[in-house]
Design a protein around this ligand. Structure first.
Ligand code: HEC
Length: 108
């Protein structure tokens, strides 16, 4: 009986967490497509192109928190100006963070 309960709990845990993980990845991609791709898909204004490994290797080497906070707060870098939240202040920090994780994932 105990085994059955443990098994049931594991199944429930997987069912509860799996969609959350997928939803996060999908959300990151959605935010990226809508708000970040205009610059980051083609390297507009000096933006590192998503999928361009050399352009991202230096950035991936940094602490992910730093890269995420640069995306949230904006910064002037060597290649151009990254506007805070890609210029869309309506995005939440979580949405920007999910988009950054998606971009890093696509650029490894
Ligand atoms: C108006 C164009 C533009 C838009 C829109 C834009 N970016 Fe950027 N982004 C840039 C440029 C330019 C840089 C390069 C700055 C540098 O390093 O010189 C950059 C750099 C970055 C970096 C690298 C940060 C680092 O620490 O090296 C991340 C991450 C990033 N952008 C995320 C995003 C996200 C997420 C969005 C959408 C919410 C977004 N960007 C939208 C222009 C843009």
């Amino acid at each position: 009986m105990k085994k059955l309960i443990t098994l049931a709990m594991i199944v429930i845990l997987v069912l509860v967490t799996a969609p959350a993980v997928f939803a996060d990845a999908a959300r990151g991609q959605g935010v990226y497509m809508n708000f970040c791709a205009p610059c980051h898909a083609n390297g507009i204004a000096g933006a590192p192109r998503v999928g361009d490994k050399p352009a991202w290797s230096e950035r991936s080497a940094k602490d992910a928190d730093v890269v995420i906070s640069n995306a949230i707060n904006g910064y002037q870098g060597k290649s151009g100006f990254m506007p805070a939240k890609g210029g869309n202040s309506a995005l939440t920090d979580e949405e920007v963070s999910a988009a950054v994780m998606y971009m890093l994932e696509q650029s490894r």
